[in-house]
Design a protein around this ligand. Structure first.
Ligand code: ZN
Ligand code: ZN
Length: 639
């Protein structure tokens, strides 16, 4: 007999070579019916894998969150079978489970089109209805080679070559169809259920390398049940409507050019929005005791060697050489520049905490495939700051940053914020006492603020623990924005010190923090969160004054001037166009308030106001409109 351990601590005796399926049946027939896979000694496994003696076994029902990855991977296999049944001779490459679903890469003379997807999906549902058992087989490398050669599956031959010698070559079969696969899989194709949908096709290079042939990739999304699938599909439709790249074009905010991949060309309206964010942050930081500095964009290699970037980060840096044979790098981070500013003159404990802030533009080389509108760029502006303090001040400074960041997110309409605390990794610098102190400072700050957080053990940087702030947007997507990080490394590398009350020179504790993170990215998130309808205080053009007739031009000029004097951002539209046309055009640009002026308004010195989202227009005296708009434009916590 062999013995296995269950999660509740109970042990079970089984005959040798028993499988997880046997274990489930031995416990109860209803459990056997529900179980689709197992976790054996911490590893996901097929139900028909023999259990080793002494194994810890957990039986997984289909509803378990961990089974979702199996549903998705099983679907990738079902997709490949459907495609090869419909188009014999199509070659298969790889097909993993991914976040929200799965994909499979195929090689075919004509790439797949969206029109193929319903046909493929129908075939997949037939394969699922047939409940074909997944079976695992171990083949010799030669047998596998012979099989895939005969089948013309050249990509599988490459995958076979990559399997280290001595490792088993495993094949998963579902009926007549089979694939080279590590597994595991569920019992049969019926276990995947029906909550999936093929979403799109895309070109994809073999192994993601642009020098390799282009394959045709089919993507699908999949969930455990229809409710979750429908929620995700609704989110995708919403996300498409909110795509900041399209809205950015319609609202005339920015564009990109091939001459500067991943760098933004800001248009007047977009740049005004950007400057509104900076102005807001500058005010909040000044109130919180920060001082603003500015450091050079291009600095000598020697600095980057001191900071460690040259050794560890060079592949992501833009480098330059000059006539005098000096190597320079465009700054990928602001910290080293701030270390040099801190190092000017002697610092005493009375100077601390010293909070140096910079709206610093940094440049990082990202692979072109990773670039995505404003959300993933190669040059971006950080609302960066470094706080130098004494060990005694650390907890209080962390608490202050935490309060500031949460209050700022609230002003932008983000109330749902998740916080991650990443703690000491295996390989690290600094003493255990300093790690204790820093982790304690971060967790105490969160507990004092009464904010829940999740600990990610061992996920901190080698030089210190950190907090990450994740915003949940209006359609449920998560965006990591702010960070607060303790650093033992840089003060030591740069030999930074302060004079303690005892007269002794000590290294300061250093905090890195960014609240928006990247201004470019935050702008993209804001646009998507608000679907382009920015709150009045952020809208680059707050009011458009449009005329119905040329007879109202003078009154329009007076109205615009009065609104501008009240501090509002105003444009006039005196074109000889129909008012309906003007209204539609400014609505597309998401201008929150439109004022229409005709002969009656000009005669009576009134304005007719149309606010975004309101079905009715309102006519009122100009002074009344100014008071209401000024009040609304200041309606956020910061101003
Ligand atoms: Zn597989
Ligand atoms: Zn930094």
């Amino acid at each position: 007999m062999i013995h296995v351990r269950l999660p509740d601590g109970a042990t079970r005796a089984l005959t040798p070579a028993s499988t997880a399926a046997d274990l489930a049946s031995a416990i109860s027939p209803s459990l056997a019916k529900r179980t689709v896979a197992a976790v054996v000694d911490g590893q996901m496994a097929d139900l028909n894998t023999p259990l080793p003696d002494g194994a810890a076994v957990e039986l997984l029902p289909r509803e378990d969150a961990r089974a979702l990855e199996l549903i998705r991977h099983d679907l990738a296999h079902v997709l490949a079978e459907a495609v090869q049944t419909l188009w014999p001779g199509t070659k298969t490459a790889i097909g993993p489970a991914i976040e929200h679903g799965f994909y499979y890469d195929f090689e075919r003379d004509t790439p797949f089109t969206p029109e193929d997807l319903p046909v493929i999906e129908k075939k997949m549902r037939e394969i699922i209805a047939a409940r074909r058992p997944f079976t695992r087989e171990v083949w010799s490398p030669d047998a596998a080679r012979a099989h895939f050669e005969a089948a013309g599956e050249t990509w599988k031959l490459e995958l076979l070559d990559a399997i280290p010698e001595g490792e088993p070559v495993t094949i998963y079969r579902q009926g007549d169809w089979l694939d080279l696969c590590r597994g595991p899989h569920m019992r049969h194709t019926g276990d995947v259920g029906g909550a999936f949908k093929l979403t799109h096709v895309a070109g994809a290079y073999w192994r993601g390398d642009a020098t390799n042939p282009m394959l045709s990739r089919i993507y699908g999304v999949a969930f455990a049940d229809k409710v979750a699938l429908d929620a995700h599909l609704t989110m995708l439709t919403e996300a498409e409507k909110r795509d900041h790249r399209r809205l950015g074009r319609e609202m005339d905010l920015f564009h990109f050019e091939e001459v500067a991949p991943g760098s933004v060309f800001w248009h007047p309206r977009g740049w005004r929005l950007f400057q509104t964010l900076i102005g807001y942050m500058r005010t909040r930081q000044e109130e919180a005791g920060y001082v603003e500095v500015n450091s050079p964009d291009i600095m000598d290699r020697a600095l980057w060697e001191t900071s460690g970037h040259w050794q560890n980060y060079r592949a992501n840096m833009f480098l330059a050489q000059t006539e005098d044979d000096r190597d320079y790098a465009l700054k990928p981070m602001n910290c080293p520049g701030h270390m040099l500013i801190y190092g000017q003159g002697t610092k005493s404990y009375r100077d601390l905490p010293l909070k140096l802030a910079e709206f610093g533009k940094v440049h990082r080389y990202e692979p072109s495939g990773a670039l995505h509108g404003l959300l993933r760029v190669r040059s971006f502006t950080q609302d960066d700051a470094h706080i130098y303090c004494t060990p005694e001040q650390l907890t209080e400074e962390c608490l202050k940053v935490n309060d500031l960041v949460l209050s700022i997110y609230r002003d932008f309409g983000f109330d749902d914020v998740r916080i991650k605390l990443s703690t000491r990794p295996e390989s690290r610098i600094g003493s255990d006492e300093s790690w204790d102190r820093s982790e304690d400072a971060l967790s105490t700050a969160l507990e004092t603020a009464g904010h829940a957080y999740t600990v990610f053990e061992g996920e901190g940087a080698f030089y210190g623990p950190k907090l990450e702030y994740v915003l949940r947007d209006a359609i449920g997507r998560d965006w990591q924005c702010g960070t607060l990080q303790v650093d033992f490394n840089l003060p030591e590398r740069f030999g930074s010190t302060y004079v303690a009350p005892s007269g002794e020179k000590l290294p300061p504790v250093m905090l890195h923090r960014a609240l928006f993170g990247s201004l470019e990215r935050f702008t993209g998130i804001l646009i998507e969160h608000h679907a382009g309808h920015l709150p009045l205080w952020l809208a680059p053009v707050q009011v458009v004054v449009a005329t119905i007739t040329g007879a109202a031009d003078h009154w329009a000029a007076d109205v615009a001037e009065t609104l501008r004097e009240a501090g509002l951002r105003v444009e006039t539209d005196l074109r000889n166009e129909k008012i309906g046309y003007k209204v539609r055009e400014h609505a597309l640009k998401k201008v929150p308030v439109q004022i229409a002026l005709g002969v009656r308004e000009a005669d009576e010195q009134t304005v007719t106001l149309r606010r975004h989202g309101a079905s009715e227009t309102q006519t009122m005296p100009l002074s009344e409109a100014v008071t209401a708009l000024v009040r609304d434009a200041k309606a956020h916590g910061g101003a």
